[in-house]
Design a binder for this molecule. Structure first.
Ligand code: MN
Length: 256
């Protein structure tokens, strides 16, 4: 088996090394990750300059390939020419912080997995719910358990699929129950923060994400609050199928 592993926190992030370690023994592993933290870059591709790739050296990153671009760049380049052989599975993470509800639209972690899915490879994005890497090895063991279950169910090789996994920061993360969820929703994010630069210019920081708004039973927010590993199957089609007929009536003479 061949596994491609990427992330969005950058190649030096502990979550990436932990995921790579947890996958030891599963087959051939390629790691291709961004040079810098690229959290919040969603599915961005770098189109206005070329990309450079170097091989990392060092204790926890030996052999990782590093791209001066986005998470999607990493997986895109890997699948369109860099890798000699197509991977059977793309993994992303482990992210430093939750990717639940609306986060999934902004997440580079989810995007790296999604890039694999868009190229027909099954893919899983892994995130720890709290930032700070507490109980990271337990989260990595939980991620490995998900991969092992995928293999036990013989889920590779057919139609691609995309899973978004959020893991509570707990020492017992690897033995927590897994539950399949839907995405919840967050409140609108906090207001932008305006400051003055040392040169007297107005500067702005994007505010933090809002708290969970729709977080009832069945959502990812609810699952992790109950101490479960949340697994949300994702799709990419943003079409609002339920309202298509209505919009046809309003704007297109009835033709949907
Ligand atoms: Mn991140």
């Amino acid at each position: 088996m061949r596994i491609l592993i990427a992330n969005d926190d950058g190649y030096l992030a502990p979550g990436l090394a932990a995921l790579v370690r947890a996958c030891a023994g599963l087959g051939h592993i390629d790691v291709i990750a961004p040079e810098q933290n690229a959290s919040g870059t969603s599915n961005a591709l770098t189109l206005n300059r070329p990309l450079s790739i170097f091989e990392a050296r060092g204790e926890h990153v030996q052999g990782f390939r590093v791209v001066n671009g986005t998470p999607s760049d990493c997986v895109h380049v890997a699948l369109t020419g860099l890798l000699a052989q197509r991977p059977d599975l793309v993994l992303s993470g482990i992210n430093n912080g939750a990717n639940m509800g609306d986060d999934t639209l902004y997440s580079g972690t989810v995007a790296a997995a999604m890039e694999g899915y868009l190229f027909g490879v099954p893919a899983i994005a892994f995130s720890q719910v709290e930032k700070g890497w507490a109980h990271l090895d337990a989260a990595a063991a939980a991620a490995r358990a998900v991969v092992d279950q995928v293999l036990a169910q013989s889920l590779l090789g057919g139609l691609p699929w995309l899973l978004n996994v959020n893991i509570p920061n707990r020492a017992d993360a690897a033995t927590l129950p897994r539950v399949v969820t839907r995405l919840g929703r967050r409140h609108a994010s906090e207001p932008v923060l305006r400051q003055t630069s040392p040169r007297g210019e107005d500067i702005y920081w994007i505010g933090p994400a809002g708290d969970a708004r729709e977080c009832g039973e069945g959502t990812d927010f609810h699952a992790v609050a109950q101490g479960r590993v949340s697994i949300t199957p994702l799709q990419v089609d943003l079409t609002d199928h339920a309202s298509s007929a209505l919009w046809a009536k309003r704007l297109a003479g009835g033709a949907a």
